[in-house]
Design a protein around this ligand. Structure first.
Ligand SMILES: *Cc1c(COP(=O)(O)O)cnc(C)c1O
Length: 368
């Protein structure tokens, strides 16, 4: 019997194989995969029509192996670390980077070292890092402190930093833009995306520009980035010392890719704006209850941004209700709501306890 080791049995190629020619791979880069990428682009059933936008899509990056888009970049960063003979990788994280680093490190046989801001990581994300055997340090500080320490330690020790400062992360993450163009036949008019450390908006822009240059797309989208109001350094034009938001994945006061995000915004003719936690939680509820999409709060920030733009467009002061009409729009759902059960339960804990009888269940369900 010949022995064949498929990338995965599902037929998924993974990001490295599928987009090999757009990535910085060599003959000695191991083509590892956990089945990342190739995520669904789901058409909105209710929100889009309500906004007068027939072509509204959600890019479900929550469907990646560890439940966030971080896997696209991590698979490249970890493959390159393996190629370079590394024994470990290190990152600072608001949660999803550490979950992804821990999973891909385990897959590759590397040790993951993870620095998180103490007390500000959603339970599910921490559980992932723990389960995959990462060495986890909770820093008494915020994400920006953890990233500063991660940079200092990887400067001092021969361990690759796998935060989005690592250009391989951006290379991998740009493949989401390729997939959107491949699915729609061209770039959308507008792309709504949450902004934290600003690596992802940078990566999407790189992807759209590269696909345009390779004549795979006939146009480039305007990028509409959204920060949380309590953690909006790019919108305010200065670092935020003590960033605060329910959307922990974008609780970043001094984004590493700040200048690149501003360039992506300006080159695309787009915007970076802020939405409040209240708007984020309203979008979170809408997505889950009217679209069937369980996103984490940070992801809902992009949808909150869409609602904000729609509302502004309808305002008499601007005189235009047309901002979104007839546009093809993609909202990036960056991570899964399952990662943050505390937020889900605090928003919608509606469970009724009953004795085990048909009558009691009927009554509780309102069917009596
Ligand atoms: C990392 C992350 C973000 C923010 O992405 P940046 O590249 O840091 O701007 C948004 N949403 C989720 C779910 C994330 O994990």
């Amino acid at each position: 019997m010949t022995s064949i080791t498929p990338a995965s049995s599902s037929g998924r190629l993974g990001v490295l194989r599928r987009y090999q020619r757009y990535l910085p791979l060599t003959d000695s880069t191991p083509l590892i995969t956990l089945g990342e990428g190739d995520t669904p682009l789901v058409r909105s059933r209710r929100l889009g029509p309500r906004l007068g936008c027939e072509e509204l899509y959600f890019k479900l990056e929550s469907c990646n192996p560890t439940g966030s888009f971080k896997d696209r970049g991590m698979v490249v960063a970890v493959a390159k670390a393996l190629e370079d003979g590394a024994k470990a990788v290190l990152c600072a994280s608001t949660g999803n980077t550490s979950a992804s680093a821990a999973a891909y490190a385990a897959h590759a046989g590397l040790q993951a070292y993870v620095l998180v801001p103490r007390g500000n990581v959603a339970q599910g994300k921490l559980a992932q890092a723990v389960a995959h055997g990462a060495r986890i340090v909770a820093v008494d500080g915020n994400f920006d402190d953890a990233l500063r320490l991660a940079r200092a330690i990887t400067d001092k020790h021969p361990i690759p930093l796998v935060n989005s400062l690592n250009p391989h992360r951006i290379e991998g993450q740009k493949t989401a833009a390729f997939e959107i163009v491949d699915a729609l036949g061209d770039a959308p008019d507008l792309l709504f995306i949450p902004v934290g450390n600003a690596g992802n908006i940078t990566a999407y822009w790189k992807g759209f520009v590269e696909y345009f240059q390779a004549e795979q797309a006939g146009r480039k989208p305007r990028l509409m980035g959204f920060q949380a109001a309590g953690a909006a350094p790019i919108v305010r034009g200065e670092p935020v010392a003590d960033p605060q938001t329910v959307a922990t994945a974008i609780r970043v006061g001094n984004p590493a890719s700040w200048a690149k995000a501003v360039a992506a915004r300006d080159e695309s003719g787009g915007r970076i704006d802020a939405v409040t936690d209240e708007q984020i939680l309203e979008a979170y509820r809408l997505l889950a209850q009217e679209e069937g999409v369980f996103a984490e709060p940070a992801s809902a920030a992009a949808v909150a941004g869409l609602l904000q733009v729609a509302a502004a467009g309808d305002a008499p002061s601007t005189g235009s209700g047309q901002a979104l009409r007839d546009k093809t729009i993609v909202c990036v759902i960056t991570g899964s709501g399952l990662k943050d059960p505390e937020t889900a339960m605090s928003v919608e804990a509606q469970v009724t306890d009953v004795p085990p009888t048909v009558e009691a269940v009927e009554e509780a369900l309102g069917l009596a």
